[in-house]
Design a protein around this ligand. Structure first.
Ligand SMILES: [Cu+2]
Length: 594
């Protein structure tokens, strides 16, 4: 029911946007933001505050933040949300003076930047953090170019607005031609204190999932109606919930584009015929987005900051902390709506691309909510008929008898669990036959009737720098207990005593991530780019963050060339906070005896 109300109010917001053109003076100033792009143009300021040069000053502070007519408490940098755009040039040096005016520790991590580990900004791993009312100076050379971002790695500050974009211009001529560019920072805002989010999720894993399937819902209708009788019976038998796609939903979140809610309708300007570069950054803490611009194809030209061979799509899914640059070329004098639907389709971020301020395009309604499939449950290689024929006891040795809540399975037959996975209350399932899903477009996008990007579509524009085959393979299981909101690697949540994952310096290793849960986890390794093994040997896309689909496995080839201690974690903030985190240790350090 809540969902119906949310959807209606969103539609209403869209209608106001469309009808309100003539009297935009009625909107408060914050509702009228528009931009000519990063370069600006006469009469219109550049898109957002921009910091450049060798010395950059950032001040972390408590500030009010207003969206949808309501004001809440944010943690910002230089008083704005998102934080200022930091625009630098490949090959330069930068000193970033970060003043923490909070009464608690803070930090900044430069997401995707290749820096000495002491500059990586993860408290307790790479440095002690920035103490209250002190300044820390980060200093490093810029060894790369592209679209990146920065955010707090302390507590849950990122949820409170502590994030901003980074653009690094290439030293050599840019292989991507464009006439204009916009940065598109996507995020999720809540007026709840993030600790309240955690408390609610701990008390009931599906707290914010207002869309959960119930037996009543099944009878009443909804997407389950399109499921076969055997599917329905199977879901029921397993007491699992095929609509459990996101932990935190539009029930509490307002989805933002450049700090603007759907009603504020941030607008990016273009002139008809221009090639416009959109630099998408998913800075959300708990939201994976599906991006489309109805009526405009998008040509993906870079992923996680690095150039890829251009590939044209109608839609793409962007995990937390991923970035994609796309080129659009609108040839008509009309407005387009930029739609960023949350993966569970409980809500959307919305913006407008238009030749002039005040123009809008129709806002499409949220599409029907997706449901999980057998592949999402880690039964990808079993065909449907064999599933349907399975009896309860044979179901992968899991005992559902003692479970009364949906979405939970109790592990019984431990012989089926890999030795590396610690069995306990924190693990409610193991994917019995995980499959390579790099050719899949993402949960809910299998059947949308147009071209959706997959990882298999991505090929590095330049040959992979290290073509050595991996010397060894390690497996890391992504594990959890959804109902109890417990998240971990290999069944073990992070704590001081947990062993780091160790690599020899310059070792070439294959890391296989196996997702035993029914959620998509965007997994991030600091200090490195790894190759996503997707069939294009020698031209694998090199990324810092990879979405691992439910029941899926992804192989990453890693050259462990950055000595030091690095964070390795799920970029869903509350999953990381719950323990889906490890330290990766690469030795020897500079100066260590051989
Ligand atoms: Cu996760």
């Amino acid at each position: 029911m809540t969902q119906t109300i949310d959807r209606r109010s969103l539609l209403r917001a869209g209608a106001v946007g469309a009808a309100g053109l003539g009297f935009s003076g009625l909107f408060p100033a914050w509702a009228q933001s528009g931009s000519a792009g990063l370069a600006g143009s006469p009469g219109l300021a550049p898109q957002m505050p921009t910091l450049s040069g060798e010395n950059i000053h950032l001040k972390i502070a408590n500030t009010p933040f207003t969206v949808g007519g309501r004001t809440g408490h944010a943690v910002t940098m230089n008083g704005v949300l998102p934080a200022p755009l930091i625009r630098l040039r490949e090959g330069q040096n930068v000193r970033l003076h970060v003043e923490n005016t909070l009464d608690e520790d803070s930090s900044i991590h430069w997401h995707g930047l290749i820096v000495p580990f002491q500059m990586d900004g993860v408290p307790g791993v790479s440095f002690p953090g920035i103490k209250p009312h002190t300044t820390f100076v980060y200093e490093f050379p810029l060894l790369q170019s592209g679209t990146y971002w920065y955010h707090s790695h302390s507590g849950l500050q990122e949820q409170q607005g502590h994030y901003g974009p980074i653009v690094i211009d290439p030293a050599e001529p840019d292989p991507v031609a464009y006439d204009r560019e916009h940065v598109i920072v996507l995020s999720d805002w809540t007026f709840l204190h993030p600790h309240q989010l955690v408390t609610k999720l701990k008390s009931e894993g599906g707290y914010f999932n207002r869309q959960r399937q119930t037996l009543f819902g099944m009878l009443r209708g909804g997407p389950e109606e399109s499921m076969s009788a055997s599917d329905r019976a199977m879901w029921g038998k397993m007491r699992m919930d095929p609509t459990d796609i996101a932990d935190v939903t539009a029930a509490t979140y307002t989805y933002l584009v450049n700090g603007h809610g759907p009603q504020e309708n941030w607008t990016g300007l273009f002139r008809s015929g221009e090639r416009v570069r959109l630099r998408f950054i998913n800075a959300a803490t708990m939201t994976i987005f599906n991006i489309r611009i109805p009526g405009l194809p998008m040509t993906v030209v870079s992923a996680d900051g690095l150039n890829v061979r251009p590939v044209t799509v109608d839609e793409f899914q962007i995990g937390n902390a991923e970035t994609y640059d796309v080129i659009i070329q609108p040839t008509e004098d009309k407005a387009f709506t930029l739609v960023a639907e949350s993966i569970d389709r409980s809500g959307m971020a919305r913006a407008t691309l238009a030749p002039r301020m005040g123009m809008t395009a129709p806002v499409p309604p949220l599409r029907p909510r997706p449901t999980l499939t057998m592949r999402d449950m880690g039964m990808g290689s079993m065909d449907h008929s064999s599933m349907a024929g399975m009896d309860h006891g044979a179901m992968a040795g899991m005992d559902h008898g003692g479970s009364h809540s949906m979405g939970s399975m109790n592990m019984r037959d431990k012989s089926l669990v890999p030795d590396s996975v610690k069995v306990g209350v924190g693990v409610d399932a193991i994917a019995m036959s995980p499959v390579d899903r790099t050719g899949d477009p993402g949960v809910g996008l299998e059947d949308v009737g147009h071209k959706v990007l997959t990882y298999r579509d991505l090929m590095s524009l330049t040959p992979n720098p290290d073509t050595r085959p991996p010397q060894r393979t390690i497996e890391v299981h992504l594990t959890g207990n959804m109902e109890r909101f417990m998240w971990s690697f290999d069944g073990e949540k992070f704590s001081e005593g947990v062993e780091p994952i160790r690599f020899e310096r310059n070792e070439r290793a294959r890391v296989v991530l196996i997702n035993d849960t029914m959620m998509t986890h965007p997994i991030h390794l600091h200090g490195h780019f790894f190759e996503v093994v997707n069939g294009h040997t020698g031209s694998y896309p090199r990324k810092h963050t990879v979405n691992v689909l439910p029941g899926g496995k992804v192989s990453l080839d890693l050259t462990a060339d950055a000595p030091g201690d690095w964070a390795f974690h799920c970029h869903l903030l509350l999953h990381m906070h719950a323990g889906m985190f490890r330290v990766v240790t690469i030795r020897p350090l500079e100066g260590d005896a051989a």
